[in-house]
Design a protein around this ligand. Structure first.
Ligand SMILES: Cc1cc2nc3c(=O)[nH]c(=O)nc-3n(C[C@H](O)[C@H](O)[C@H](O)COP(=O)(O)OP(=O)(O)OC[C@H]3O[C@@H](n4cnc5c(N)ncnc54)[C@H](O)[C@@H]3O)c2cc1C
Length: 385
């Protein structure tokens, strides 16, 4: 597959790359992901993107975006460059998932209330889907929400919630009806995280990220927080997650990390070993193939089509690449790869040790076999059994 961009898009790519390389600071790569300084850098970069008119360029014109196929391509290029330069930004769920979902099925009041603050980078939205007994099988979710006059009352827990500890709102998927098919009876809410009865408890990941358990005890959610049709939440959720399924930032981010490893191999003479060169070259080829799949997803979106198994293929590449990258780092650096950030003998300021830990981060959006099942069923038309 050959991707050819118009001269305007090529110019934009150069502009973004040059902007990010000027703005890039060593702290983007050396700070702990949850420290206040890193969060501040993320907010600063969100504002920088807003100032340049890039933040929600993929939205329709009426809501502050560009509204053309070209602006969607520019957004995809931006996304790729954000990954390559490892730009810290925090508004992702708002600008990529919840904003487009509001535009698609929000009420005029909800659009007026939520879209401008998302576009100004003032809202941090977390996604409340997973539960202790509903991960890959999301339709098993049990968190119950019952109508009570002008409110819905929520009881139960959500698990592994990224951004839960500083989110202003949650896109909550909850069960409003238990009587029919499992996929029916789920509804979506845009819930204010300051409502009484919400408790956020930290869960620390190997990668240094914090995810959270969010517990709801008789939380009274105003009825106008219902997003879309009651009972159609599962289908709305699928549409919402499809808005940003290209994942273009990821192969770009890993390419930058692989370049770090190659640089280390050259600087230390390990590059002389053909097995090391072969390993780095093989992973670079996998990254390029992954990138092509991501662009294929973008091209479908540009044509107004909804990616399905194509997006799962992009996911699968990530899940396949991660452990291979972990192994390569150990081969190139040996035990040196385990020396942490802050230690005098750490490699590339401890970045390699962090990449190694991150290579275990493979469960988001369903595990490897779940992803394979989606590709098998939807892409290859294989029977469910
Ligand atoms: C870093 C991180 C951040 C996250 N952030 C969020 C968030 O912000 N919001 C949110 O709602 N969720 C979030 N999640 C949760 C994530 O979506 C779930 O971890 C994921 O859906 C898998 O669910 P699970 O962890 O319960 O694993 P399980 O579903 O229990 O799966 C465990 C293993 O069993 C395999 N498996 C399960 N079912 C099948 C099957 N039918 N066939 C074959 N194999 C199967 C899986 O592939 C996996 O390897 C996050 C997770 C992580 C790790």
């Amino acid at each position: 597959m050959l991707i050819e961009f118009s001269p305007q898009i090529e110019d934009f790519k150069r502009e973004v790359a040059s902007t990010f390389s000027k703005l890039q600071r060593p702290e983007w790569l050396s700070l702990d992901l949850e420290c206040p300084e890193y969060l501040a850098l993320g907010r600063q970069m969100d504002q920088e993107l807003i100032r340049r008119g890039w933040y929600v360029e993929h939205w329709p014109h009426d809501y502050g975006g560009g509204g053309t196929a070209d602006s969607f391509m520019r957004h995809a290029v931006l996304r790729e460059m954000e990954g390559y330069f490892r730009v810290p930004t925090f508004g992702g769920h708002g600008r990529y998932i919840v904003g487009p979902a509001l535009i698609e099925f929000g009420t005029p009041e909800q659009k007026k209330r939520y879209l401008p603050p998302i576009a100004r980078g003032e809202t941090v939205i977390c996604l409340g889907f997973t539960e202790p007994d509903a991960g890959s099988d999301l339709a098993a979710m049990q968190l119950k929400v019952v109508r009570d006059g002008d409110y819905f009352v929520a009881n139960g827990s959500k698990l592994y919630i990224t951004y839960g500890h500083y989110a202003t709102s949650m896109l909550l998927a909850a069960r409003t009806d238990n009587s029919g098919k499992r996929h029916d009876g789920v509804s979506l809410f845009l819930m204010d995280m300051k409502l009484p009865g919400i408790t956020v408890s930290p869960l620390h990941c190997l990668t240094g990220h914090q995810v959270n358990e969010v517990h709801m005890d008789n939380v009274r959610i105003p009825a106008d927080a219902l997003l879309g049709e009651q009972g159609r939440g599962f289908y709305h959720m699928t549409v919402a997650l499809n808005f940003e399924r290209s994942g273009l930032d990821l192969p770009a981010k890993y390419m930058a990390q692989l370049e770090d490893v190659a640089e280390y191999a050259r600087a230390t003479g390990r590059w002389q070993r053909s097995a090391i060169r072969e390993g780095i070259g093989r992973l670079a080829a996998i990254l390029e193939a992954w990138r092509m799949i991501c662009w294929r997803v973008v091209m479908l979106q540009v044509k107004g089509q909804v990616p399905s198994w194509e997006a799962s293929m992009a996911q699968f590449y990530r899940k396949d690449f991660n452990p291979q990258f972990g192994r390569l780092m150990l081969e190139v650096m040996g035990p040196q790869a385990l020396v942490e950030r802050g230690e005098p003998r750490s490699t590339l300021s401890g970045r390699i040790e962090w990449y190694l830990r991150e290579s275990f981060n493979n469960h988001g959006q369903g595990g490897r076999f779940v992803t394979r099942n989606v590709i098998g069923r939807r892409g290859l038309d294989l029977p469910r059994k």
